[in-house]
Design a protein. Sequence first.
Length: 644
Amino acid sequence: MRMASRGAGERGELTPRDLLRALGGAVGEEAADGTDERRRLRGGPLHMLGPRWGEVMARVAAGGVGVGVLAAAWNVGDSAGSEQFRETHGNPAAARVTSGLVGVQGDSVVKTKKFGSDVMLGAAAAASMTVSALAGDAVQWRVEDGGNGHWYQIDPTPGLSWYAARDRAALKGGALASVTTTAENDFIGSMLGSITPGPGYWLGAYFQSGSWHWLSGEPWNFTSWGGPGNGCTWQQPDGRDAVDIYCIGNDGSPHWSDNYFNWPNAVGLVIEWSADCNHDGIVDYGQILAGQLADANTNGIPDICECATHPELGACRCAGDIVADGAVNGADLGTLLAYWGPRTSGSFSIASDINSDGHIDGSDLGVLLANWGTCTPAGPTLPAWATLIEAFPDPAVVTNPALRMAIAATGLAWRVRDTGTGIEMLLVPPGAFQLGCSQGSNTYPCNQLELPAHAVTITRPYYIGRYEVTQQEWERRTGTNPSNFRGFADSASRPVDSVTWMAAQSFGTTNGLRLPTEAEWEFACRAGTGTAFYNGTNDDSTVPNFAWCPANAGDQTHPVGQLAPNALGFHDMLGNVYEWTSDWFDYYTGNAKVDPTGPTQGTYRVIRGGAWYLDMISVRSSFRIYGNLDGPYPYVGFRVARNP
């Protein structure tokens, strides 16, 4: 949410000075030495709001902040926001650490809490740990030993591809480890050196667009692999797709796998925890182990950091509760105003950037105001036609915090089942995107049907099938099966194919469902990406990871949900079968559109998504073709949508 220009700041927005004056707070002038006035707010009481609510709203609105939708969320008494704002230097959370569990030095834990006992652990000590200890416990690379304060674990789970290892690490709240220094190399190597025989262990590195990257986003500046005399070598295979470690086993032969997919001997992973979601300078995972932060759902993420998606956990930090005191009030507002502008690396600045867009501005202020009051979140609304499966988005599925927050902000349940048909559906929040081809893939450029890309805004949330409609779901409601690929042992879970547009439309209307519009389909498919593929890349070689296509399908459909989903949790939106949409076909114009439904008449209907059939050019988020209404095609099916 951008504020209207008032000529008061570098970004042309309502300034903290304006808002404080509207709120009745004292505003200091810039010091003679040029000190930023927000630093002069330290310790000053902000007796805000209360009877001045009308003036506050008027002034905020004058600054261009949309407030109409926020008014209903407010119920502010005279005492609201009477807390004093004070800027805290150092580490307030660290000061509350329980003695004997975790000690604090600066902003980092220096005493390690292991599951069963307290241990002091450095790089040298790690080498003496037993296999059983490492298999179940995480250990810390301490700052006092030259480390980074992160936690590491060796997980010897057998038979994992790199993708499966990545997902397993994420389910535990961590990530596949990255290695950026010799010291970190030695530390992890010491841990691995105690395991005999030594199988391969995946790291968080991948090869893309001609260069190597770490999943963590850290610089790729360390390539001198090799453990400290432990018999292990970290292999960076030239031209292959991932990095793993291989050790010489008891039989004297190397154990390693040669890419993402061929993993006969890669039987483990190295997990690294580095997140500090509560911005207190301590890696969250260590505080969970120490019992200082609750993790009721045991996903490696502190409950206080999951308010937007899992407020039922109880230790909730509401959106806008910047100082984490269990309420959204004047202390949070004062903090946000004090850090107004570009986000910095400071913990309070990071916490004030509520929507994580890099700026502390009117958008963050709007979220804070909308959540004003005590943190007492209620459960989401369940549509009358639905059966609840999961109220809040699973962070292991919807991994982007911004998307989880957008879903939670709708007040609607995330994952439901249409009671009448049994079809599982996921919620898509409103938003804006570029419909059409902004980027071709590395192999295929944009084509005429995909151009020009243009701005589209979806203003209302909607539900759409998590999977393509299956043969079983079709047969259950119609008593027929037109599919070309029926009669297989797994046919029931394959998508229904050879369905005409008229039949798909009838299936929807008969059951209270509908076909998605073309814009709804692409918005759900992209899941926040602007690249050729919804995995965030333009790399054609990655397509078989998430789509049944000519490269991997074997000239037939496959059961739904077997390959990787997109960032909203939808499977097979690319590949398997093309999907009918509700729109009549026409060429795009460059005009921006809001909730478009396509032309009012035409000859053909739009088909999206690509399939097992034809060629790889069709398996892109923006690719579109069209078909006759009465033409059954063995490579076309559909998925359904529904309004809340």
